[in-house]
Design a protein around this ligand. Structure first.
Ligand code: FES
Ligand code: FES
Length: 928
């Protein structure tokens, strides 16, 4: 950055001088302008991220002189004469930074990368003072920077281990699968150049601010909007429902689409948009939205599922009887009879709350009109679904909408739904000007989807010898005001509520219920984590009644290759749950013995407990088509263009899909040019959800790679056993020891501009479910089991998780480092779900009150990778993203029971709930 002289247009600017990354800056800005804004908007240093603008997330951490500070809390006027270092300047400031970056890459410490700049800056400040910090010192140093993806363990390791060495050259041809390859998109994440939704905005872009309902239900009437616009020269237009040229109704599942861009006459939840103001960014920012001419009439709202389901309750959507969006059902055998025949029966009810996704990057992006088309560059998990909905809203053909996903700073399911896209698309379409929108943290929390709260009832039966014989499960899920992914949750849970066990007699009935609350949608696991919380605790209690060890009870009942699932599916291969549970045995025995010994001697308030839980998860959509298409092109320079549209939201699909394709083709990774999701240039790889990208897109990439290999061999006149060598502009095929050289630089180009192009589509082989939910809902399942070691303070009700051992059957570990990252991140989210995370609509709409685990909350995590391959998956691989979160919470809750003999039937098990359960327990809970 050259010495900078910048002036903003805002009033009351003052002239300030300071240094940024070693260069002098003279700038005229209001002294109260946030330093984060100055760095990003005025100086273009977008490596500094803004996740909350309130000092809660640490994403904006920079060095002020030598101290890490939140740039969102520092006023520009305070830094006059100071030295600022941002992530972009770390390398020149500090020789160890290069090693730190390398260490982050090698350890897989950056997933989505939204927290990475803040982590690197905080780590630099620490390492400049302590060359070899302890784990506690590292945790302390990064304690103010939140990460929602990694579970912090790899970040801590990377900071402690900066002398780990250099990034290795990419593996040889044929050796990519199974290699701990660093992320192919990693460098940008560690040097601050990754482009997220808010990072690249056309200079002349207008801004949008949405007017949102402040009540959980309200009628509304606009005043004189024209007069309001006339009064405010900074405003170009106010948009309302009448401005939507197409169909003002969208939704991720077209059959259930019910959500308007702008509410019509009545808003159904707090945070629903009724209008949008579009105008000049600084002026719009200064606008007091309380002046907007809208009159609200607060209406009685349905706030709970009890109210929604009560006889005679008003209907939130008139065509949805009883406020039930959809029902799910899987039934097998005769569950009532089996329960009456059972030697032991356990009955229980569990309730879970709303959980906020809390990704570090709030929703953001911009749109521009290009002739009769519109282009949207925004963070999203599902470009082709966005395209379909935006086309419908604008009343134009899908081909006239181009979606260019930015890097996604965490999604976990919520960025499958539209957020900023309809507002910016509509405004850009109407005004023929680029328009941007960046959600504030509060706007993100009030208006985007949550994990479904669940109310679950269970009865489970077992025989005297410990065999599960029946489960009767029913659950209601609060899906909020609009459908979003409610049908998917209601449909997936009945298939999974048995857990990965043989249950001959089974009934699982679910309902997704509308309320006047922000919609609940997809969140890692689609309802299965909630079901696992209930089912795994009930199974533990059943094991206790039988008198069996909980781990051995599960091993006894685990599914095998030849056993039927509750939908009557016999997988025949790749059923790894027994192996996962057995892998825990050594740690389990030792930890249980240690806990018992410690509890026997306990004098103070601490009690140890050890718990286990299993899980299974079908990869991809439930009994629905689920295709991915991958295109691969041989370029004239001999390089390979891989068009894969799977959006990498931090989980690593860019890297994993390339590894798979490289080995199928027989080319080294370094030969690949990756062309990621863009609906104009990459075929549809479906959405990034349901643990489908490694499995489905990976399989399509494997098929495309094999096809290209076959084509090259055919063109070289070689048999299929020929070996291809890729060099610049030349390809050699060695067949029976004879090398044939082919100069690809002279080959004619096809319609895609490649010498050879191959497309491949994979759609997993599944069947529809019948009226009892019987059939083949998924082609492949992932399996796993977690063991949690915890300590409860019986006086305070607090729970500290000491260690989680996580065994996962991933079929084939395409990239073990990335898989461990998914597991560790899943454990952290599961810990949050078990112990601290609950969103109360209308309250705590920020990251200060809504607590997610920080580095200091995270226990030791030991990952054990099991490989029971599926012949359907690429090189045997299955998914891991959703799976990783499922067993953690029930394992922790079972460990609490092991420690103090109580359960909280409302989750999370917060200290007040744990303490209340201990007090309510007849013996006070202090066993041992
Ligand atoms: S953006 Fe500054 S702490 Fe979150
Ligand atoms: S990698 Fe930390 S928030 Fe995504």
């Amino acid at each position: 950055m050259a010495s900078t002289q910048t002036t903003t247009s805002a009033a009351q600017s003052e002239s300030l001088s300071f240094s940024v990354n070693g260069e002098n800056v003279n700038i005229a800005v209001p002294g109260i302008r946030r330093l984060a804004r100055v760095l990003r908007d005025d100086l273009g240093l977008t490596g500094t991220k803004v996740g909350c603008d309130a000092g809660d997330c640490g994403a904006c951490t920079v060095l002020l002189n030598d101290e890490p500070v939140c740039a969102c809390l520092v006023a520009a006027g305070q830094v006059s004469g100071c030295e600022i270092t941002t992530v972009e300047g770390l390398a020149s400031r500090c020789p160890l930074h290069g090693r730190l970056q390398q260490s982050f890459l090698i350890h897989g410490a950056a997933q989505c990368g939204a927290c990475t700049p803040g982590m690197l800056v905080s780590a630099t400040a620490l390492l400049e003072k302590h060359a070899s910090p302890s784990e506690a010192e590292v945790m302390d140093a990064i304690g103010g920077v939140l990460c929602r993806c990694t579970g912090y363990r790899k970040i801590i390791r990377a900071i402690q281990d900066i002398n780990v060495g250099s990034v290795q050259a990419s593996p040889e041809a044929g050796a990519a699968v199974g290699a701990r390859l660093i992320r192919l998109d990693g460098q940008k994440k560690v040097d601050g150049t990754e482009v997220f939704g808010a990072d690249e905005i056309p200079k002349d872009a207008l801004a949008v601010r949405a007017i949102r309902c402040p009540y959980q239900r309200a009628g509304f009437q606009f005043g004189d909007l024209d007069a309001f616009v006339a009064l405010h020269p900074e405003i170009e237009i106010v948009l309302t429902a009448k401005d939507v040229p197409g169909v003002d109704c969208y939704g991720v599942i077209p059959r259930f689409a019910d959500q308007p861009v702008f509410a019509h006459k009545e808003a159904r939840y707090r945070g629903e948009a009724v209008a949008a103001i579009v105008g000049e960014p600084l002026g719009l920012e200064a606008l007091d939205l309380r002046d907007f001419p809208v009159q609200w009439e607060e209406l009685p709202a349905i706030k709970t599922m009890e109210e929604a389901l009560a006889p005679g309750a008003p209907l939130i959507h008139p065509h949805r009887e009883d406020n039930v969006l959809v029902r799910g059902r899987v039934v097998q055998g005769d569950v009532d009879r089996a329960l009456s025949d059972a030697d032991f029966v356990v009955e229980a009810e569990y309730e879970t709350g709303f959980v906020e996704h809390a990704y570090i990057e709030p929703e953001a992006g911009f749109a521009r009109r290009v002739g009769d088309s519109v282009e949207i560059q925004a963070c999203t998990q599902s470009p082709y679904m966005d395209r379909a909905d935006i086309a419908k809203i604008l009343g134009i053909a899908p081909e006239k909408v181009r979606i260019i996903p930015t890097a996604v700073g965490g999604g976990f399911g919520s960025k499958l739904d539209l957020s900023v896209q309809p507002f910016i698309a509509l405004a850009a379409w109407k005004l023929n000007r680029p328009v941007r929108m960046v959600y504030s943290r509060t706007e993100s929390i009030v208006s985007t989807t949550k994990r479904h709260p669940a109310r679950m009832k269970l009865r489970a039966g077992a025989t005297r010898d410990g065999r599960l014989n029946a489960l009767d499960f029913s659950a209601d899920f609060n899906t909020g005001a609009y459908s979003s992914w409610g049908p998917t949750v209601a449909g997936r849970v009945p298939v999974h509520a048995s857990g990965p066990y043989r249950v001959a007699h089974y009934r699982a009935l679910t309902r997704a219920v509308h309320t006047n609350i922000v919609p609940a949608g997809a969140f890692r696991g689609f309802g299965v984590p909630q079901a696992a919380i209930a089912q795994e605790q009930v199974y533990d209690d059943l094991a206790g009644k039988v008198g069996m060890d909980p781990l051995e009870f599960r091993i006894l009942n685990a599914l095998d290759n030849d056993s039927a699932t509750v939908t009557g599916q016999v997988l025949g291969e790749g059923v790894g749950i027994r192996a996962c549970l057995e892998a825990l045995r050594p740690n389990w025995g030792a930890a249980r013995a240690q806990a018992a010994a410690l509890n026997a001697q306990a004098r103070g308030p601490l009690r140890r407990g050890v718990g286990v839980a299993g899980m299974w998860y079908g990869c991809g959509n439930t009994s629905l088509p689920n295709p991915s298409t991958v295109r691969i092109g041989l370029k004239r320079d001999g390089r390979i263009a891989l068009h894969q549209g799977a959006v990498d939201i931090g989980q690593g699909s860019n890297t994993v899909v390339t590894q798979i394709c490289a080995d199928a083709l027989g080319a080294p990774i370094c030969q690949f040019d990756l062309i990621s999701g863009d609906t104009a240039i990459t075929p549809d790889c479906g959405k990034t959800s349901a643990s489908r990208q490694t499995f489905v897109t990976g399989k399509a990439a494997q098929m495309a790679g094999s096809k290209l290999r076959d084509e090259i061999l055919k063109k070289a006149g070689s048999c299929k056993c020929g070996v291809i060598e890729f060099r610049e502009g030349v390809i050699s095929v060695v067949d029976n020891g004879v090398a044939t050289q082919r100069d690809v630089s002279t080959l004619p180009l096809d319609e895609y501009g490649y010498a050879i192009t191959c497309d491949a589509t994979f759609d997993p082989p599944i069947t529809a479910l019948d009226e009892n939910g019987q059939g083949k809902p998924y082609a492949v399942y992932g399996f796993g089991a977690h063991m949690a070691e915890i300590e409860v303070d019986v006086e305070l009700g607090t729970v500290r998780v000491l260690k989680v051992t996580a065994a996962h059957d991933v079929g084939r570990a395409i990239n073990p480092t990335l898989i461990e990252g998914q597991i560790e991140g899943g454990v952290a989210q599961g810990l949050g779900m078990a112990l601290m995370e609950e969103f109360f609509p209308g309250k705590g709409e920020n990251l200060h009150d809504y607590l997610i685990p920080s580095a200091g909350d995270i226990p030791a995590i030991e990952s054990i990778l099991i490989e029971e391959p599926s012949s359907t998956g690429p090189f045997g691989a299955k998914g891991i993203g959703e799976q990783a979160v499922i067993p953690t919470a029930p394992a922790i809750l079972n460990a609490i029971h092991d420690a103090v003999g109580v359960r909280t039937h409302k989750i999370p098990a917060t200290p007040d709930r744990v303490r209340a359960a201990i007090l309510a327990n007849a013996d006070g809970g202090a066993r041992g």
